[in-house]
Design a protein around this ligand. Structure first.
Ligand code: GLN
Length: 542
């Protein structure tokens, strides 16, 4: 089959869930046996989101090949189990950088370099690069932003040209919003009509409309929209709010979204999607009666998307253990030794979040002190693991000034320190230890038991490391280093074997937890949290 290209654009407002619709479509096509990948273009000038703070676009996701990516790539992986790479997330900045590099090299042979055709050609190349690998039947390309933005114009022009070149091997899905005006008790189609007009002005005729709505859109209204927008009535699909994003693939399938895509791209005869495993997950979710309460200690608690992958990994692990997840955000800046008991005492498990910089760090130490002394299942991720090490050094090793050189460059006890090769780096973007690295776990450790193996590979995003000159002191004092990078000897996992479940990972396991393959460490953490809750419940009864 020739590779088919599906473009996903958005209109009216942002945050309509283009990423979820793209992921859901990919999920359905994969369930039918097709090879699919998803790509996102972000129209901002940053080379990648690695230097953006979480207030801008939420969490920074990391691909196996070490690309700092938009959080939508996390949805792509969670919905499909595919591994994305740097080819799956491209910004305006990267497009311009490569065009400017070519100009400097003289590749344009003295021509004036322009948005059309040079920038648009570069965009088209980036779209086709995935198709040219021969690895995929479908490439789904999500265009970030909203139609009508200045920033997205070159991307839409590239889509227009590609649609023309690719003909039936491509199509455009446009996602819009149908607002409900409460006072008039009416859904309104005008914003959708306007946004489709805008797309048509740019030379793109959408083939399928997905309408995001909070209320059911009836057939009459769909027919009206179809008529005004030159779209077949059955190609007008509604995306109504659901309790969890993981229901969206089924909602799309019920309305035939995947069928329409296959029909319009002439993909030939195709099997029905095999959704058994997905349905099993939803069934577990719907039948989860008991609740497990997990506290997440971090400094971005007011931001829904800052810890997206952790939230999803926890939700998946709770669901597979047939529990509802109650996630309690605990602001690390407001947490002290005095109120740690009040805030953490009722938690079944505690996550100490990743992060950068000094803000909120003392609260993480207070949380860890409380959790360690009260033997609450505790999971430290990246900075969370580094904090575990620092707190242990201060309170158990008797080194009250111990710190990370990130927080205190002149600390006398740099238990977390910069690697030699990081010391000369002054640029921020793309310079951390990024992407997947091998790790060997100690046989018999809790981490190895969780994974069921000793050889693992996990994704990293950090600059600082456990300082190996303190390793012996930690091990003697009861904190074991149970995961080591075989090539560099860097410590990747620490745990306190004498406690119920107290593990810190220098890497980010949350990036590789998916709906069909929940992460083994999150699963193990969740089992420990549930067991701890049951144990407390039992002793309270007596
Ligand atoms: N700030 C720490 C470092 O750079 C941890 C980073 C993180 O939590 N992702 O090493």
């Amino acid at each position: 089959m020739e590779t088919k290209y599906i473009f996903v654009t958005g209109g009216v407002v942002s945050s309509l869930g283009k990423g979820i619709i793209s992921s859901s479509l990919a999920n359905l096509l994969i369930a039918r046996g097709y090879r699919v990948t998803i790509q996102k273009f972000d129209p901002y000038i940053n080379i990648d989101p690695g230097t953006l703070n979480p207030y801008e676009h939420g969490e920074c996701y990391v691909t196996v090949d070490g690309h700092e990516a938009d959080l939508d790539l996390g949805h792509y992986e969670r919905f499909t189990d595919i591994h994305t790479t740097r080819a799956n997330n491209i910004t305006t900045g990267r497009i311009y950088r490569s065009v400017i590099d070519k100009e400097r090299r003289g590749d344009y042979l003295g021509k004036t370099v322009q948005i059309v055709p040079h920038i648009t050609d570069e965009i088209k190349r980036a779209v086709k690069a995935l198709g040219n690998t021969g690895d995929f039947d479908f490439i789904i390309t999500e265009i970030g932003g909203v139609v009508g933005d200045i920033e997205s114009l070159p991307f839409l022009e590239a889509v227009r040209q590609l649609r023309w070149e690719l003909g039936d091997n491509s199509l455009c899905i446009h996602l819009t919003y149908v607002p409900y005006i409460a006072a008039a008790k009416e859904l309104k189609t005008k914003p959708t009509q306007h946004s489709v007009k805008k797309l048509q002005e740019l030379g793109i005729q959408p083939d399928i409309l997905v309408l995001r709505t909070e209320h059911h859109i009836g057939n009459d209204m769909r027919r009206k929209i179809a008529l005004f927008c030159n779209v077949a009535p059955d190609a007008v699909v509604q995306s109504i709010d659901v309790d969890t994003i993981y229901r969206v693939p089924l909602r799309m399938h019920e309305q035939g979204l995947d069928d329409i895509v296959l029909r319009k791209t002439h993909a030939g005869p195709h099997p029905e999607p095999d959704m058994a495993a997905w349905l099993d997950f939803l069934h577990k979710m719907d039948n989860a009666d008991d609740t497990v309460t997990i506290g997440l200690v971090g400094k971005y608690v007011e931001l829904q998307d800052a810890y997206k992958s952790i939230n999803e990994a926890l939700f998946q692990a709770a669901t597979y253990n047939t529990h509802k997840l109650k996630l309690v955000y605990i602001h690390s800046e407001k947490l002290t030794d005095a109120d740690a008991g009040e805030k953490l005492g009722r938690m079944d498990g505690v996550i100490i979040a990743p992060g950068f910089g000094q803000r909120g760090i003392e609260g993480k130490f207070a949380a860890l002190r409380y959790c360690r002394e009260h033997d609450i299942p505790t999971f430290g991720i990246c900075l969370g693991m580094q904090c575990m090490v620092i707190e242990y050094a201060r309170d158990v090793l008797g080194l009250p000034d111990a710190n990370s050189t990130e927080m205190s460059p002149s600390t006398p006890h740099p238990v977390i320190d910069l690697m030699e090769e990081q010391k000369s780096i002054s640029n921020l973007g793309g310079t951390m230890r990024l992407g997947a690295y091998d790790c060997r776990l100690t046989a018999g450790s809790r981490a190895a038991a969780a994974y069921g193996t000793t050889d693992i590979r996990e994704r990293h995003r950090h600059r600082f490391e456990f300082n190996n000159s303190y390793r012996e002191a930690f091990e003697q004092a009861g904190m074991a280093c149970t995961g080591i990078n075989p090539a560099s000897g860097l410590v990747e996992v620490v745990e306190i074997p004498s406690l119920r479940w107290f593990i810190g990972t220098q890497y980010h396991p949350e990036y590789s937890s998916t709906v069909l393959h929940p992460h083994p460490l999150f699963m193990s953490f969740m089992r420990a949290a549930i067991a701890y809750r049951d144990e407390r419940a039992k002793s309270e009864k007596h």
